[in-house]
Write a protein that binds this ligand. Structure first.
Ligand code: ADP
Length: 712
């Protein structure tokens, strides 16, 4: 079988202008007129035009002088013999004045012939046929008549070439129209089954076939498998169809039964796929069986193989049909590529849809102006609305955020708005909202999705009201306990002070020492309870700032004064750097003093004798990058506490602001609860500020608070 398989080379696709079968009636009419005129002028009874057929070996009579009503007999005669053979070979006119004396003449019809003239029909150096006139008489023709016949021959050539060109253009126009129609119908179908059916049915309008099959290529397994077949045969043609006999007359059958390797050299389909090139298999005989002609063209788009189209029939395929099938395959390949992309996209979309619908988290996609583009059912539930209701609505509108509201109150919502405006990520934030009149707590996170066409944001929302309530209950409980602990501790401290002052009688040396230790211990306990109380108040949402117009110089002076004695005892120098005319700020003085107290006491605890602790404050222009154009004041206060102490290793610097976090072995025997810096951070953030640390182990640490509380 392989021996008959042939590659199709592009040069084989030259336009074949040789037609006989479908020669147009107009051409035959013109030729008929030519023979009539030629016959009349030459005064003969017999005159005919014969043209070469597609095989280029046979001449077929297309027009002849004949009696009224008589049907033209399409006489066929071989080119390599007789008068026509000689004329074709020599490409010149031939006169035989007495046919009985010339071997070249062979009588074809019943009419007796005495003499004959035959002129070649030459189109651009190609022999295309003959114009022949004969007479029953001997010596009926001379050179003059040859010239006359030659003129008619030229006219005939013109008529033939024109008619054939017109015929070819008409056919091509029809094919083009079919291809365009086909292109439209196959590129619009994205359902694979419909596409295969369309390819095969449309193909039938272009090229007749008995059986056609669409194979798809499975890249991983390097194999081809059939996905659609179309029979259009009376099925007794060949044993090749044996297995399909029961399907006789069935127009189409879609089965997945045949698959073979890409490297199967016995199959035209595999060869066409492997070589990415059309393959032809001529019809023939295989023992008893008739083998059908096969034409296989690969579906290749952008260098990728999608499958193969196979056609089978009894008659061989010609180059014109091959060209058409190849064009169709190119169109079909593009359509298959679309289908593959669509399928891929649909799978992705289905997966995405499944995630969206099954997720218990509210998920929303935000588009231009942070408006909802898509939301899942859970998102609707979180906000107590139907998902469709929010499509097109602005996110901040749904969150009930009005910019004019007090910034303190909706600090988290401000952050959400900023993240959306600047298309930035917001890892996780908890906001308190009124949803349908009920206070709820939502955990929100925003992730920008940047694609070349547009920017979208993904908003994930989860109702954390119950978690928040539980946390608040815990914090309330802690707050209550610590509060209750504080009162008896106050009393203990008071009585210890009274005892130490000798109100209850003179103390001996040992009693005094014991009392002093007890006093130090209870003071430490008191400090711890104070810190815990503050943290639990913040957690239960009870911690509110009481802001007023303050002078930072005073706050710093008070904090330094509180700890000056400790510094002196430890042999540490305290330095304060702040301008006398430092602008006033709108802040909570008590809390800021607490910040400074925590930072300075830490600095003193971690600095050796002879070291220095510096408290400084200055006004600075806000970092241009983080500056929000909507903020009126572009200046911030920097409040800094730096020391020349032991420093903090980098891996702990991030975590020291967490509650109860202490640098392992970093305390150096100095006591602490790991709450001091967490409280600093909490207070500074309540002021909408931030706190950072820079530290070099062995050289010291610098804690910097940035506060946007300047009075303009
Ligand atoms: P604590 O009350 O235990 O000191 P903090 O939250 O105040 O808790 O501090 C956390 C940890 O940070 C401390 O345990 C300490 O190791 C480290 N730290 C804080 N301030 C300094 C400083 N100025 N120098 C060195 N280490 C510090």
């Amino acid at each position: 079988m392989t021996a008959n398989i042939s590659f199709i080379h592009d040069r084989q696709f030259v336009n074949n202008t040789t037609l006989i079968e479908g020669e147009s009636q107009e051409l035959v009419d013109v030729l008929q007129k030519i023979v009539q005129n030629a016959g009349a002028l030459l005064d003969v009874q017999n005159c005919s035009v014969a043209l070469l057929d597609a095989t280029q070996t046979t001449l077929v009579t297309l027009a002849a002088l004949q009696k009224q009503g008589q049907r033209l007999r399409q006489t066929r005669f071989q080119l390599n013999e007789g008068v026509a053979g000689w004329v074709a070979e020599h490409r010149e006119a031939l006169i035989i004045n007495n046919v009985s004396l010339d071997q070249r003449f062979k009588r074809l019809g019943r009419t007796p012939v005495g003499s004959i003239i035959c002129v070649p029909l030459i189109d651009k150096n190609s022999f295309i046929g003959t114009l022949t006139a004969s007479s029953q008489e001997i010596d009926a023709f001379d050179e003059k008549k040859v010239r006359m016949l030659s003129i008619f021959a030229e006219q005939a050539v013109l008529a033939i070439t024109n008619a054939r060109r017109a015929e070819i253009s008409q056919r091509q126009a029809n094919q083009l129209e079919t291809l365009m129609h086909l292109s439209r119908s196959i590129t619009t179908s994205l359902e694979p089954d419909i596409l295969y059916r369309t390819i095969l049915s449309e193909l039938r309008r272009l090229v007749p076939y008995d059986l056609s099959v669409v194979y798809l290529y499975r890249e991983g397994a390097q194999e081809l498998y059939s996905v659609a077949e179309w029979y259009s045969i009376p099925v007794d043609v060949s044993t090749e169809y044996e297995e399909n006999k029961r399907d006789s007359g069935v127009k189409s059958a879609y089965v997945q039964r045949e698959s073979f390797s890409l490297y199967d050299t016995h199959s035209v389909v595999a060869l066409a796929a492997a070589h990415r090139h059309p393959m032809l298999h001529a019809p023939g005989q295989n023992g008893q069986d008739v083998t059908l002609a096969e034409l296989a063209t690969p579906f290749v788009s952008k260098g990728l193989l999608y499958g193969v189209l196979l056609l089978k029939r009894k008659q061989p395929f010609d180059s014109e049909e091959l060209r058409l099938v190849r064009n169709l395959s190119t169109l079909a390949a593009a359509a298959l590529e679309n289908v593959a992309l669509f399928q891929e996209m649909r799978t992705d979309q289905e997966q995405l849809h499944a995630i969206l619908t099954s997720s218990s988290d509210g998920i929303a996609l935000l588009g231009v102006n942070a408006c909802f583009v898509e939301v899942n059912a859970a998102f609707g539930q979180v906000f107590g609305v139907e998902p469709q209701q929010v499509i097109g609505m602005e996110c901040m509108e749904l969150l009930g955020y009005a910019e004019e509201e007090e910034a303190d109150y909706c600090r988290e919502l401000c952050m959400v708005q900023q993240a959306l405006n600047k298309e930035e990520a917001l890892p996780y934030i908890e906001v308190d909202l009124q949803i349908q009149g009920v206070p709820r707590s939502l955990g929100l996170s925003i992730t920008p999705i940047v694609s070349p066409e547009k920017t979208l944001s993904l908003l994930v929302a989860r109702d954390v009201t119950s978690i928040r309530d539980a946390a608040r209950m815990k914090a309330n409980f802690l707050s209550m306990i610590t509060h209750e602990l504080r009162s008896p501790l106050n009393a203990i401290n008071g009585y210890l002070d009274l005892t130490l002052e000798g109100i209850g009688g003179e103390l001996n040396e040992q009693q005094r020492e014991f009392m002093q230790r007890a006093r130090a211990g209870s003071e430490h306990l008191y400090a711890l309870i104070e810190d815990l109380l503050l943290a639990s108040r913040a957690d239960s949402g009870q911690l509110r700032l009481s802001r007023e117009i303050i002078h930072l110089q005073d706050v710093i002076a008070n904090a330094v004064e509180e700890l000056e004695l400790n510094a002196r005892d430890q042999g540490i120098t305290m330095v304060v750097e702040i301008a006398k005319d430092f602008p006033r700020l709108y802040a909570d003085a008590v809390r800021l003093q607490q910040v400074l107290r925590n930072l300075i006491s830490n600095a003193l605890r971690f600095t050796e004798q002879g070291g220095q602790v510096t408290v400084s404050a200055w006004v600075e222009d806000r970092d241009a990058l983080t500056m929000d154009s909507s903020d009126e004041d572009t200046r911030v206060i920097k409040l800094q506490v730096s020391d020349t102490g032991i420093g903090i290793v980098p891996e702990h610097q991030e975590r020291i602001f967490e509650r109860f976090y202490q640098v392992p072995d970093g305390s150096n025997g100095r006591s602490g609860q790991g709450l001091g810096l967490a409280i600093v951070k909490m207070i500074i953030e309540l002021h909408n500020g931030s706190v950072t640390v820079e530290s070099t182990p062995g050289r010291g640490s610098t804690f910097t608070c940035t506060l946007p509380c300047l009075l303009s």
